[in-house]
Design a protein around this ligand. Structure first.
Ligand code: UDP
Ligand code: MG
Length: 314
């Protein structure tokens, strides 16, 4: 093992002016751990276009600690973009993602690093409880993971957080996935490598408030499905075949009934029901198709994942 390694802590921040100093105070408690393991800390904040005093809060830290660095975005690009920027700008032999709100407890880091020493390429965390979260949100989150396990080959853990320590080779593998529609929970699983899982109880954020509304989470989950599974496309193809068979039998049935009983005109209500139902099914299927086309459209544009505001970077 090298006797002097760099550990980059990547912290995506969006309007976290209250959390940033609290986070820093918590993280420096690990200074002795870093020294004991000859780890050089690189504390890399990513400001995801915050509109509050996040940037100046980080600048204040820089004044007292030269290990602090900042990459600032020109606007809000989302946490996924922030994490990608973190990996791109990290110099570490090891890189760990941590939320600014202390929901990813820094005190777990020594145990995570132990996993790396044991030979794992990544040590990930999952929360085993969702206390403090609206029950309906927990319910849908569980449903999402259950569905994903069925329709995607990529391994995704229920309750997995983005709090994860990785070796350089895993970081480089993730960086090679330069897709625009990023769903990191899937990307982690997709790149493979040996992963050790640590579990902990959910912790509520120290300050500020969550940036995730129920609707945002819903849209995000669809993104995850589209990014890591084509099962919905298979599903609508099968649906099409099933309806063709159904139609075939209905035609036979109608002809036979006409030949035996006459009067092909009656049955207007059932006809309306069938038309309404089938157009619903068609819209649904077109919608699914549309989701994939939309993602493809965004992908072929090859827009940058984020844009730096150089003035605020150091
Ligand atoms: N975050 C970000 N960009 C965003 C939204 C969130 O960088 O557009 C950061 C946020 O500052 C925090 C982390 O991502 O450090 C997790 O966000 P949050 O706590 O709102 O999510 P939750 O923990 O509720 O899932
Ligand atoms: Mg949080």
């Amino acid at each position: 093992m090298e006797n002097h390694s760099i550990l980059t802590v990547v912290v995506p921040c969006y309007n976290e002016q209250e959390s940033v100093p609290l986070f820093y105070r918590e993280l420096v408690k690990l200074n002795t751990f870093f020294e004991d393991n000859s780890l050089e800390l690189e504390l890399l904040f990513i400001d995801d276009g915050s509109k509050d005093g996040t940037v100046s809060a980080i600048r204040e830290l820089k004044n007292i600690d030269s290990r602090v660095h900042l990459v600032s975005f020109s606007r809000n690009f989302g946490k996924e973009a922030a994490m990608y920027a973190g990996l791109q700008n990290a110099h570490g032999d090891y890189v760990v993602f941590m939320d600014a709100d202390l929901q990813d407890p820094p005190s777990l880091l020594p145990e995570m690093y132990q996993g790396i020493l044991e030979g794992y390429d990544s040590v990930a965390t999952r929360r085993v409880s969702r206390k403090g979260e609206p029950p309906i949100r927990s319910f849908f989150a569980r449903m999402f993971y259950r569905l994903m396990r069925k329709i995607s080959k990529t391994e995704m853990m229920d309750g997995a957080r983005d709090y994860r320590l990785m070796t350089r080779q895993m970081v480089d593998a993730i960086l090679e996935m330069g897709e625009y529609n990023r769903f990191t929970k899937g990307i982690f699983g997709w790149v493979g490598f040996n992963t050790k899982w640590l579990e902990y109880e959910n912790i509520e954020r120290v300050a500020g408030e969550t940036k995730w509304s129920f609707w945002k989470l819903f849209v995000y989950s669809i993104e995850g499905i589209v990014a890591f599974s084509t099962a919905p496309l298979t599903f609508i193809s099968v649906l099409g075949v099933v309806f063709c068979f159904l139609a075939f039998f209905m035609i036979i049935f109608t002809i036979v009934r006409k030949l035996i009983f006459g009067d092909p005109v009656s049955g207007w209500p059932s006809l309306v029901c069938i038309i309404l139902f089938l157009s619903g099914v068609q819209f649904f299927c077109t919608g699914i198709l549309g989701q994939y086309i939309a993602k493809t459209y965004m992908e072929v544009k090859k827009r940058p994942i984020y844009i730096k505001n150089e003035k605020n970077c150091f």
